[in-house]
Design a protein around this ligand. Structure first.
Ligand code: MN
Length: 505
C-alpha cells in the first residue's frame, strides 16, 4: 500500500457542532463524560463548546478544562471581543475563531462589507493571540467564498498571529474533486490547515479524505457524524478510512471507537441506523447463507476490517432462510455436542422464531442449544396448558394443567406478578411429588429490543442438593415456567430412575 507520510490531527467538535444537532442539549456533566472518553480515544483537540452561549455552557467547558486532559481544549468564538473574553474566562487553550467569508453570509447575515469582516477577523485574532490563546482562524462558508478574498483574509490573519487556518464547507457543497483542488490551494499558505465538512450530500467523509490527500493536516469531525442538519464528517469513518484505506496514521486508539460511539449515542439520545458504517449494529453482522458461510471459513471474505480493530463484535444472524449446515457448524464451534434429535429440535425452534419475524443471533443460538441440551432426558412432568392473567387492576393469577407421570393435575395460584403467580401454581401442583425450593431466579434479555429472547436460569433445592436449569423463550412467563419445570424434571427423573432401580433389586 502506498504510504503517505502525513501526520493528521483530529479536531473533535462533537461537543460544539455536534451539540448543535436539532434536539440535542447536554448538561455540564454529560459534556464532561464525553470529553473524558474523547481524550482517552486520543483526539488532539476537543472543541468543548461555545463559551459565550450560556452560564451552563461555560460551566461545562470549565469542568472539562479542570480535568487536565491531554487534548487541547478549544472554545468556539465569533470575531467579537466578548466571545474571546468568555473563552478566556473558561481558561481554554485555544479558540476556533469563526468568520463568515462568503458574500452570501457577509451581506445577508452580517449586513457588512468584506473589508469590515476582514478587519474584525484580524483585530480579534490579534486580541486572542495577545491574551495567550492558540488561534485557529476559521472561515465559515469558505467553499462558497471568493477564493482571492479568502486567501487574502487568511494571509492577514496569519500575519496577525493565527496559529492554524480552517476552511469550512458549511453547507456541504464540495465534491471530492473540488475538495482536493480547494485545499491544495489553501495548502500553499504553508500553515497548519483544517478541513471542516458537512454531510448534506452524504459526502462529508469523502471530501475530508480528499482534503487530507491535498495537504490538510487536521480534520474536524464528530462522533457518529452528528451535527447541524445532516451532520459533520464522522470521526469513526474518517479514522478507519485513513488507517485502513490510506495507511495514514493518527493518534486515535481505534479499538475504542465503538465504545465512544455508544457513549455519545446514549448521552445525546441520537440512535444510530443499524447499517451505519463502522459502529452500526449491523456493521459486522452476517445474515445466514453464503456470506455467513464465507465469514466462518475466512473472515476476510466479507469483512474489509476486523470488528476487533474498532472494538465492535461480529454477529451471525439466522433468519428463517438459514441452512442447517450453518447452524450445525456454529454449534460445533461453540464446543457443544448434540445428536440428531437435539439438532432437529434446535432447527425447528430457530425456524419457528424466524416465522415470527425474529432473527436469531449467535448468542441466541447458544442459549437455545443449551436449553435443548438441558431439557433432554425423560420428562416426568409436562406442561399441557397455562393461562396467566395480569394487568393494572387485577390480581395476577395463573392456572395450569400438568401431566405428572401421565396423571393430569390442575392447579391455580396467585402472586405479586404474572411470573410469581405461574411459579406458585407449579409449586402447588408438584407438592405431593417432591419438596422443591426455589433458591435463585435469574432473568436476562439476550438481545436488545422488546422482542428479545428471554433467558431464565433457576436454581432449585431438593434434599439439600442444588439443581440448575434454564429455559430460553421469547415469552418471559413461559421461560420462567419451563426453566422451573426443567429443574423439576431433572430432580424427578433421577428420583424416578432410582426408584425403578431399587424396585428391580
Ligand atoms: Mn460546522
Amino acid at each position: 500500500m502506498e504510504v503517505i507520510p502525513l501526520d493528521v490531527k483530529i479536531f473533535d467538535t462533537t461537543l460544539r457542532d455536534g451539540e448543535q444537532t436539532p434536539g440535542v442539549s447536554l448538561i455540564p456533566d454529560e459534556k464532561l463524560r464525553i470529553a473524558i472518553k474523547l481524550d482517552e480515544l486520543g483526539v488532539n483537540v476537543i472543541e468543548a463548546g461555545s463559551a459565550i452561549t450560556s452560564e451552563g455552557e461555560r460551566e461545562g467547558i470549565k469542568k472539562i478544562v479542570g480535568e487536565d486532559l491531554s487534548a487541547e481544549i478549544c472554545s468556539f468564538a465569533r470575531a467579537v471581543k466578548s466571545d474571546v473574553d468568555s473563552a478566556l474566562e473558561c481558561e481554554v487553550n485555544s479558540v476556533n475563531l469563526v468568520v463568515p467569508t462568503s458574500d452570501l453570509h457577509i451581506h445577508h447575515k452580517l449586513r457588512k462589507t468584506r473589508e469590515e469582516v476582514k478587519e474584525l477577523a484580524i483585530n480579534t485574532t490579534e486580541y486572542a493571540v495577545d491574551q495567550g490563546l492558540i488561534v485557529e482562524l476559521s472561515a465559515e462558508d469558505a467553499t462558497r467564498s471568493d477564493l482571492d478574498f479568502l486567501i487574502q483574509l487568511f494571509r492577514e490573519g496569519i500575519d496577525a498571529g493565527a496559529d492554524r487556518i480552517c476552511a469550512c464547507d458549511t453547507v456541504g457543497m464540495l465534491t471530492p474533486e473540488k475538495s482536493y483542488e480547494f485545499y491544495k490551494k489553501l495548502g500553499e499558505l504553508d500553515k497548519p490547515l483544517s478541513v471542516h465538512c458537512h454531510n448534506d450530500f452524504g459526502l462529508a467523509v469523502a471530501n475530508t479524505l480528499s482534503a487530507i490527500r491535498a495537504g490538510a493536516n487536521q480534520a474536524h469531525v464528530t462522533v457518529n457524524g452528528i451535527g447541524e442538519r445532516a451532520g459533520n464528517a464522522s470521526l469513526e469513518e474518517t479514522i478507519v478510512a485513513l488507517h485502513s484505506l490510506y495507511n495514514i496514521k493518527t493518534d486515535i486508539n481505534t479499538e475504542m471507537l465503538y465504545d465512544v460511539s455508544r457513549t455519545v449515542s446514549r448521552v445525546t439520545g441520537l440512535f444510530l441506523q443499524p447499517n451505519k458504517a463502522i459502529v452500526g449494529e449491523n456493521a459486522f453482522a452476517h445474515e445466514s447463507g453464503i456470506h455467513a458461510d464465507g465469514v466462518i471459513k475466512k473472515a476476510e471474505t466479507y469483512e474489509p476490517i476486523t470488528p476487533e480493530l474498532v472494538g465492535h463484535k461480529r454477529r451471525f444472524v439466522m433468519g428463517k432462510h438459514v441452512g442447517s449446515h450453518i447452524i450445525k457448524k456454529r454449534i460445533q464451534e461453540m464446543g457443544l455436542r448434540i445428536d440428531d434429535d437435539q439438532f432437529k429440535q434446535i432447527f425447528t425452534r430457530i425456524k419457528s422464531l424466524g416465522d415470527k419475524g425474529k432473527c436469531v443471533t449467535d448468542v441466541d443460538l447458544q442459549a437455545i442449544t443449551e436449553d435443548v441440551l438441558g431439557v433432554m432426558g425423560e420428562k416426568v412432568v409436562e406442561l399441557e396448558e397455562l393461562t396467566v392473567v395480569s394487568g393494572s387492576k387485577v390480581t395476577p393469577t395463573a392456572s395450569l394443567r400438568l401431566l405428572i407421570e401421565d396423571k393430569e393435575v390442575l392447579e391455580a395460584g396467585i402472586g405479586i406478578g404474572p411470573v410469581d403467580a405461574a411459579i406458585v401454581a407449579v409449586k402447588k401442583s408438584i407438592k405431593d411429588y417432591a419438596d422443591i425450593e426455589l433458591e435463585e431466579y435469574h432473568v436476562d434479555a439476550i438481545t436488545g429490543g422488546a422482542d428479545a429472547l428471554i433467558d431464565v436460569v433457576v436454581k432449585l433445592k431438593h434434599n439439600g442438593e442444588i439443581v440448575t436449569a434454564r429455559s430460553t423463550q421469547p415469552d418471559i412467563i413461559m421461560a420462567s415456567v419451563e426453566a422451573y419445570l426443567s429443574g423439576i424434571n431433572k430432580i424427578l427423573s433421577t428420583e424416578h430412575v432410582k426408584n425403578i432401580r431399587e424396585g428391580d433389586l
